[in-house]
Ligand binder design. Structure first.
Ligand code: HEM
Length: 416
């Protein structure tokens, strides 16, 4: 079979060129792979879901009850053999993909790998993370239960709060004020077709750029095998490792998803006139937390009568500022020579301090999502958020200086 294909497609040339290449090995490189496995699992389980899901809010009669068709079709999916588990695997994989790509981002940040020549992959990665989160959010509305209808209304509100373009964007995505009969079919098309296609295109570019530029290597590779790649051939060793990791991923995610069924819609019930108190999934709670603690009457007037209201400032402007800082990072923190080895976090106390401060900020703004339950005032929570971010930076910075000493200057010093 191989010979037959080789004769026609010249596979051996391709194999020699790409599959024999050494792939650098380090445990942290598996995190990006986990994000990839989660995406593949999402596509496969998603296909099963589309076979049985009905993207419509028309009312249907099920066991004597009038229910929206979308909601009823998800109840039907749950009643199929392994249906509820596969839906749960889909939901858990979305969380894992976002968590893995965020941890992967932290790895890139803390090891300085965003620098020359890997800026393009840093930008593609940022886009991947944003599109993955938006895709996940579009999945929220689809079961059309009381939770998802409320959470999507919040998303609709955020969309319309954008000055100048908000009304138009919300019209295009939701087909009018959510929920109209057009809302679910449009969001469905985005969720199962356009965003996954965009993610595939971005992932493909991300991988191609990585192959072209070659992966960075762990800092110790410079000492152990100077000038050479310390790693294993892509085929067969790396391929075996990745296959084993994928199987392990499936085993763990099926175990978790089977033990804790994600988003059990019968608990929430179909949408009602009463709005249930909902919190978004964990990766959006930090934004929800900021919205809890910024003054509701905050307003910035713009030319042409447009305004930036508190909803826009909390959910788009503040996260947007973090995004712009991330985009500017490779231009601000530059490197004279092309990077081949990861930099040691202990040689870069400022950057390592900032990475930990960012984590402290995200954790404390997430805590602010429980403002009512915690009984803190907005002022107290702001003090905790700013105080813990600054203290974390100082503690990490001085701990590094105390334990490892001041870093030597220059590019070469990084791997010393
Ligand atoms: C769905 C999301 C993502 C997937 C599936 C993914 C996948 C991968 C994989 C498999 C690698 C090679 C192994 C590794 O270095 O871990 C890689 C490398 C890389 N990724 Fe991602 N990635 C994603 C998101 C991101 C994000 C959010 C960033 C940063 C903003 C990013 C930036 C990079 C960079 C700069 C490299 C090259 C690393 C080096 O050579 O050391 N990626 N990615």
């Amino acid at each position: 079979m191989y010979r037959w294909l080789d004769e026609r497609l010249d596979l051996s040339r391709f194999n020699k060129k790409y599959l024999n290449k050494a792939f650098a090995v380090h445990h942290s490189y598996f995190i990006g792979e986990i994000a990839l496995f989660a995406f593949i699992t999402l596509v496969i389980t998603g296909i099963f879901l589309t076979f049985n899901y009905e993207p419509s809010i028309r009312m249907v009669k099920v066991a004597g009850k009038e229910l929206p068709a979308a909601y009823a079709s998800v109840l039907y999916i749950d009643s199929l053999p392994f249906g509820a588990v596969l839906r749960s695997v889909h939901h858990w994989s979305a969380s894992i993909m976002i968590a893995a790509s965020f941890i992967h981002l932290l790895r890139i940040l803390i090891s300085g790998t965003y620098k020359r020549p890997r800026e393009i992959n840093w930008f593609l990665g940022l886009l991947l993370l944003v599109v993955a989160i938006v895709t996940s959010f579009t999945g929220y509305s689809l079961p059309y239960d009381a939770f998802s209808a409320t959470a999507t209304s919040i998303g609709y509100g955020i969309g319309t709060s954008m000055p100048y373009i908000g009304e138009w964007i919300s019209q295009v995505i939701f087909g009018g004020e959510f929920p109209t009969v057009h809302s679910i079919p449009r969001v469905y098309s985005l969720h199962v077709l356009w965003f996954p296609l965009l993610l595939m295109a971005l992932l493909g570019m991300h991988m191609l750029v990585m192959v072209k530029q070659k992966h960075t290597q762990p800092a110790y590779a410079k000492k152990v095998a100077p000038g050479r790649i310390l790693g294993v051939p892509l085929m067969p060793q790396q391929a075996y490792m990745s296959t084993i990791l994928f199987l392990l991923y499936l085993a763990v995610v099926f175990f978790i998803a089977g033990s804790y069924i994600a988003h059990p819609i019968e608990v929430f019930g179909p949408p009602t006139a009463a709005t249930p108190a909902v919190k978004p999934d964990w990766y959006l709670i930090w934004i929800y937390g900021i919205l809890q603690i910024i003054p509701g009457d905050l307003k910035i007037n713009l030319p042409g009568g447009a305004v930036m209201n508190s909803e826009f400032i909390g959910s788009i402007l503040i996260p947007g500022i973090l995004g712009v800082a991330a985009v500017l990072l490779p231009f601000l923190d530059t490197r004279a020579t092309k990077m081949r080895y990861m930099e040691l976090p202990t040689r870069h106390p400022v950057r390592t301090g900032v990475t930990f401060a960012l984590l402290a900020f995200l954790i404390t703004t997430t805590l602010a999502g429980w403002k009512q339950e915690l009984g803190f005032t907005a002022g107290q929570l702001w003090a905790i958020i700013i105080g813990s971010s600054v203290i974390t930076y100082l503690v990490v910075y001085y701990a590094i200086i105390l334990i490892w000493g001041r870093p030597p200057k220059g590019d070469e010093a990084e791997t010393a």
